[in-house]
Structures are given as structure tokens and as C-alpha cells.
Design a protein around this ligand. Structure first.
Ligand SMILES: [Zn+2]
Length: 250
């Protein structure tokens, strides 16, 4: 069986989550730093208010801003694009799947219907309030990005391999760091139920998926990766065999 790792920080996140991988954001929304000899790769960028977390971590760990070599977006939903624009404006290359470029360039100005329909849930409402507090309304668009292509090993620190897994969004990808058995899965899978805000087993995002059937079918692309530390966009890390994780999605 897989083993969920629990938080040990005051804000509920356990920062050092795998070999040279660090978790940031809040209990509800994750982004990560992938550290390698050649520098740092940022995986997703949370919300604008999370920016000081990166700035402080660089300072505390003896890094300069120039050590940030790339930001790789698992997909272009606003709560993953966050402070990307600050990095892009300073010349850091941004990677995103071409099928999510329309989303990256032009974020919807209004929340989707599934979002509004779930606001009656107190814990979902709290999640919505957190997003507003942390600047979801001021996420800046990005004009262009270097493409993520299925099966490519990215020329960025840590050398993650792209696993295209559309459904949550048209351009959703997971990123597999083979030599560390780390799988950044974005919103292809979550370990925190987005509606009830309860931590749990690996699961699909359900009504939050743009095309839920496609998201479900895409899970086949993750099969056979072996024992991994699964690092989702929402929820605690989960360790175990990926095929066990997939079976748990039911
Ligand atoms: Zn998300």
C-alpha cells in the first residue's frame, strides 16, 4: 500500500518532500522546487502571494535569483501559474504544453460553473477565500512558453520527463524525475479532495476536470512507473507503487 506523508510545518506543508525536492504554497495549493547541481527548476507557481516563499528560500539556502533556471507548468490553471510572470519578466524560461497556451494567455475572467456550484460547501468556500486572498484575480497572463512534448526529457535542472495526460485541462502533463522516483502530477491526480478539502488517497479531480473521461483515460499513461513519491498540485505527498495509486482512483 502507499503511504501518505503528513505535514510537519506550521502551515501544514512538509517542505522537504523527496531527494532535493521542496514543497511550497499552502495546505491547499502546492508548488515545488526541484534542486540539481545545475540549478533550480520551479514546478508550478501557486498564486501571486506565494512569491516571497521562493524569494526567502533562495536567500536562506544561499542561492541567487540567477540559479532559477526554468519554471515548468503542469498545466495553466490560475492556481498553478501564480507568480510565473515575475520569473518570465526576469528572463526565466517558462515551459507549458501548447494545448494549454490559450489558457496561459487568457485566463477566464469568471470562475467556471462547477466552482460556483460548490461554494455552498464551507471548506470549499474557505478554499475560494484563500485563492482570493492570495491573488487569484491578479494572475498575469504569459504570452508564450517553451513547449512540453510527451516523452521529452526537459533540458532543465533535474531533467524531468514529460508525460502528457490531458483531461483536467487540454494540456495537462505529469513530470517524472526518473533517478529520484519523483512524479509531479499537477492536477492529473490529487491527494486532497478539492471539494471537501480532506486529505486522502490519490484521486481524480472529478467535476473540476474539463473532460473527466479523458482525465480518467490519461491515467494509463502513468502505469508501470514503479515506486514513486507522488507530488500533486493539491494535497500531501504519497509514496508507493504508482499502479496502487491508480487502483485507488477506482
Ligand atoms: Zn489545481
Amino acid at each position: 500500500m502507499g503511504v501518505p506523508l503528513t505535514g510537519d510545518k506550521a502551515d501544514g506543508t512538509n517542505r522537504h518532500v523527496a531527494e532535493s525536492v521542496y514543497r511550497f504554497g499552502t495546505r491547499r495549493i502546492n508548488w515545488y522546487i526541484l534542486e540539481a547541481d545545475e540549478g533550480l527548476t520551479i514546478i508550478d507557481a501557486g498564486l501571486p502571494a506565494h512569491w516571497p516563499q521562493l524569494d526567502n528560500w533562495l536567500d536562506e539556502n544561499g542561492y541567487e535569483f540567477n540559479d532559477v533556471a526554468a519554471v515548468v507548468l503542469t498545466h495553466a490553471d490560475v492556481d498553478h501559474v501564480g507568480f510565473t510572470r515575475i520569473l518570465a519578466d526576469r528572463g526565466v524560461p517558462v515551459y507549458c504544453h501548447p494545448d494549454d497556451l490559450p489558457l496561459l494567455r487568457n485566463h477566464p475572467q469568471r470562475p467556471p460553473r462547477w466552482f460556483l456550484r460548490n461554494l455552498w460547501r464551507p471548506r470549499f468556500f474557505a478554499y475560494a477565500l484563500e485563492m482570493i486572498r492570495d491573488g487569484v484575480g491578479s494572475v498575469e497572463p504569459i504570452a508564450d512558453a517553451k513547449p512540453l512534448t510527451d516523452a521529452d526529457v526537459l533540458p532543465v535542472p533535474g531533467e524531468p520527463r514529460v508525460i502528457f495526460a490531458p483531461g483536467h485541462t487540454p494540456g495537462s502533463c505529469a513530470l517524472f524525475v526518473e533517478d529520484r522516483d519523483v512524479l509531479f502530477c499537477g492536477d492529473v491526480l490529487a491527494t486532497r479532495n478539492i471539494f471537501t478539502q480532506r486529505e486522502g488517497d490519490p484521486q481524480l479531480l472529478g467535476a473540476a476536470d474539463e473532460d473527466h473521461d479523458e482525465a480518467n483515460a490519461s491515467l494509463a499513461h502513468l502505469e508501470g512507473l514503479g515506486s514513486v513519491t507522488l507530488l500533486p498540485g493539491h494535497g500531501n505527498p504519497w509514496c508507493g507503487d504508482i499502479d496502487t495509486a491508480l487502483a485507488l482512483t477506482g
